[in-house]
Design a protein around this ligand. Structure first.
Ligand code: GLC
Length: 835
């Protein structure tokens, strides 16, 4: 029997006009990227995707029709403290606050079979003994009908077998720190159905790294005990664990009477078995095991008798609490009749309110869906988890990345400015008095931070603070006194100024900022190890920050600083346009040996995307150069699947014995389409007024569009959230998406789409409206919450232009300029814009 997965792949490669069959060579020698992997009409490709998933925009959901996706397609369920990462097929893990030290369940990264373990339910016909899982996986017997859906903070599985249907909704509610497994069973037959229902989770040993190293000893320091309120309690208490007093107990319980339980994985699963065929399920039910040392799990058994036509609901809860008394309270709450419905309603209300701050109607429904739903959702998850844990990232070493989180704030500021402020406070607590910051830090784990100094990290904060100020108008924030990492405290504005001063104190021999450990491009450390390398891109980032700092200085009551900021800006600008200019594009860096990186003089890595885009973002590139640089991006770096980070990819540069990067050609940091950096090309094109080009760059990376272009079995990652990068045309797997979910792409795509393409951008004095759209759009509308008032904006583009506001009317009255003011005493205003 042929595997349906391969049926899908052949279907794709058989399309007429296919250029590279999946998995075969797409290598190009030309300077211009080759066409992407998939051929055939867009319609055929869209149809292919339709066999796998469908968007349900009204419900803010994406529905999956098959379990055998190329990779687990994830969702994150969370109340900010208790988190679960869950795939479309039920694999995933739960953690409390930190996946490093409080990982509750086990997920086997990189192992086969993929996507194990998870919070699984087994439904067994008590008469025949046959059993299946509503999640499709992992039982061998599969349901006759099945689909799953990810929504905002929940995942739902709908399945049926032998005239019994099961709907399971997993979510983390706001009232308790628990994963709720809400199972609804219906008997569609004319006979009584007797079912054994099992809920199973394999407990991890909280500290994942230590588990890998010390499991053989530490497993005997954990226990799973039965509590007479019909719950299992898992205790992790291991010698030398970090923060023992903050380590919670784990409980697992149901709101239905238990018919059995197991706390010992060996008893429930059995030896040489797996989650596909648990011994307890096959051999007559749970055994009543507990452990004082061993391999822990939580398995609960409940018996359900369903009359013909009857529907019954059973809920399971996997949660944490600090002690037994709190667990007893949680058990009490969770068993209240309306607890689960109240929890779900509150979850929904939170998301509706969060996403309600912005709603647009666009001619492009793919863009509209991303902007209204999935992009802000993904951005909020990045804000919560930084780059910590996903299918790709094991959640073992990265806490909060300073630069990553500072950028994540940009997409949360418009929707939840108070949370954005809190994050700024957290970040600035990692700043030293001299202005530099820790690179990663571990607020939950209490570990020492990673202290490498990068030329860009400390500068990002000013962008976030400026955006928060523009959103809220609250200049008082700049006066808040915040501590430094190395002692003392100062007003927030002073923190930002010290970041500027730090860069000024670390300028290199040519006058550009020293690269230090690296700049935004992590890989650049190899050309600046001796400490003399300089970053031309950081000069541009610094320039962007200096422009914002002028505004912030005025708002903080320090207008006297403006002249300094101006002077520094002009100095860097001069360098960028002289030493930084290569003739067709801007150079990227100066290496330790004084040679430039990113110049036509070398054979490899001649042109780098960031130096072209930020020349415009910073306003530093002289107009003809800025334009020429972005033309070079279009001509050399752009592909049908996004813009490459650099070209040509590196194999021997600068020294075959010590190349700049070990990434294979066209992958990761080496000539891949780095989606995060693509966002700045969209912004740059908008700033240059070239809306068609900006939109081309935007649309080609909308995940389901990129997937359509590449083919599902080439692209592989989720079609509803951005990935960090796609393999580039110099790789034979051009179009393969990597490191989805947790990436700076999310925040910046949101900024690019809302503030630059739609052009609705909070500024200190109001809401600036200055769209730069594709000329084919006849208009669009947005309703946006801004400083307590709802702005209902409609844009008309009767002249078929990209940009250029002819007139704006606010509640019928003509406005001078393009900044719509703040209306403290109106609850809503109508803004009509004519391009
Ligand atoms: C990764 C890192 C980010 C870095 C980028 C480019 O996304 O998380 O900090 O800027 O790679 O190297």
């Amino acid at each position: 029997m042929s595997n349906p997965k391969w049926r899908g792949a052949r279907l794709m490669t058989k399309q007429p006009g296919t250029i590279h069959p999946a998995g075969h060579s797409g290598r190009t020698q030309s300077n211009k990227a080759a066409k992407p992997a998939a051929g055939g009409s867009a319609f055929a490709r869209e149809q292919e995707l339709d066999q796998y998933f469908t968007f349900r925009d009204d419900a803010k959901e994406v529905e999956f029709k098959r379990h055998d996706m190329p990779t687990p397609w994830l969702n994150y369920l969370s109340n900010g403290t208790f988190h679960t990462m869950l795939s479309h097929a039920g694999g995933g893990l739960a953690f409390y606050k930190s996946p490093q030290i409080w990982r509750i369940t086990r997920y086997r990264f990189f192992h086969l079979p993929t996507d194990r373990s998870g919070p699984y339910i087994y439904l067994q016909d008590a008469g025949t003994g046959s059993y299946w899982c509503p999640t499709y996986e992992p039982a061998f017997q599969k349901p006759q009908e099945w689909k799953s859906s990810h929504g905002m903070g929940y995942t739902r599985f709908e399945a049926a077998q032998d005239e019994v249907s099961a709907k399971t909704v997993y979510f983390v509610g706001p009232f308790e720190n628990s994963l709720i497994w809400n199972l609804t069973l219906t008997n569609h037959s004319t006979e009584v159905k007797e079912l054994n229902v099992y809920a199973y989770a394999e407990f991890g040993m909280m500290e994942f790294m230590r588990e890998l190293q010390w499991q053989c000893y530490n497993k005997h320091q954990v226990s799973v005990q039965y509590h007479d309120k019909e719950a299992l309690i898992y205790k992790y208490g291991v010698e030398n664990q970090p923060k023992p007093d903050e380590t919670p107990l784990v409980y697992m319980m149901s709101d239905a009477p238990l018919a059995g339980y197991d706390g010992d994985r060996e008893e429930f699963i059995g030896s040489y078995r797996s989650e596909s065929n648990p011994a307890a399920v096959e051999q007559g039910g749970c055994t009543g095991s507990t452990i004082l040392g061993g391999d822990p799990c939580g398995a609960l058994q409940v018996q359900v008798r369903l009359q013909p036509g009857e529907t019954r609901t059973v809920n399971f809860f996997l949660g944490t609490a600090m002690n037994e008394a709190e667990i007893e309270q949680a058990i009490g709450h969770s068993r209240e009749a309306d607890f689960v419905t109240r929890s779900f309603a509150a979850l929904k209300e939170n998301w509706d309110s969060y996403l309600g701050a912005w709603n647009c109607e666009l001619p492009d429904k793919d863009a509209q869906r991303m902007i209204n739903i999935w992009n802000p959702y993904q951005s909020q998850r990045n804000f919560l988890f930084s780059r910590n844990i996903s299918f790709y990232a094991t959640g073992t070493f990265r806490g909060v990345g300073y630069r990553d989180t500072a950028q994540d704030i940009l997409a949360v500021a418009p929707l939840d400015p108070e949370a954005a402020k809190d994050k700024v406070r957290l970040l600035l607590g990692q700043q030293y008095q001299d202005g530099h910051v820790n690179h990663y830090f571990f607020p939950n784990e209490g570990w020492d931070p990673v202290t490498s100094i990068h030329s860009d990290d400390h500068l990002w904060t000013a962008l976030a603070v400026w955006d928060i100020l523009a959103e809220t108008g609250d200049a008082g924030f700049l006066q808040e006194s915040l501590p430094f990492y190395d002692g003392g405290e100062a007003p927030l504005y002073d923190h930002l100024k010290r970041a500027v001063d730090f860069t000024v104190s670390r300028l290199g021999p040519n006058g550009f900022p020293l690269m230090l450990r690296s700049d935004w491009n992590d890989q650049l450390f190899r050309v600046c190890r001796e400490g003399r390398g300089e970053s031309i891109w950081t000069a541009m980032q610094f320039g962007t920050v200096l422009l914002r700092m002028k505004d912030l200085a005025a708002a903080a009551g320090h207008p006297e600083h403006a002249a300094d900021y101006d002077r520094l800006y002009e100095e860097q600008k001069r360098l960028v346009n002289t030493l930084g200019w290569d003739g067709q594009w801007f150079r990227r860096a100066v290496m330790d040996d004084g040679r430039y990186l990113g110049t036509a003089e070398h054979d490899e890595a001649q042109i780098w995307l960031n130096a072209q885009t930020w020349a415009t973002l910073s306003g530093m590139g002289e107009p003809d150069k800025a334009l020429q640089a972005m033309d070079s991006v279009r001509d050399i770096l752009d592909t049908e699947l996004g813009i490459k980070k650099l070209h040509p990819s590196i194999t021997n540069f600068p020294d075959p014995a010590d190349p700049l990067t070990n990434y294979n050609k066209g992958t990761g940091e080496n000539g891949a389409v780095f989606c995060h950096a693509n966002t700045w090309a969209i912004i740059a094109e908008c700033m240059l007024g070239r809306g068609d080009q900006a939109y081309k760059y935007y649309r080609q990376l909308i995940p389901n569009i990129a997937m359509e272009q590449a083919g599902l079995w080439r692209y592989k990652a989720e079609p509803y959230v951005y990935a960090s990068n796609l393999f580039g045309p110099e790789s034979d797997r051009f179009g393969l998406a990597n490191v989805s979910w947790l990436t700076g792409t999310a925040a910046w795509m949101y900024v690019a789409a809302t503030q630059y393409i739609m052009g609705i951008k909070p500024v200190l004095g109001g809401l600036s409206v200055n769209p730069c759209i594709p000329s084919s759009w006849e208009g669009f509308s947005v309703s946006r919450r801004f400083r307590g008032c709802l702005y209902e904006i409609t844009v008309k583009n009767e002249s078929g232009v990209c940009t250029g506001v002819k007139e704006i009317r606010v509640d019928g009255e003509l406005l001078a300029g393009t900044v719509v003011p703040v209306y403290p005493d109106r609850s809503s205003v109508k803004v009509e814009v004519l391009l």
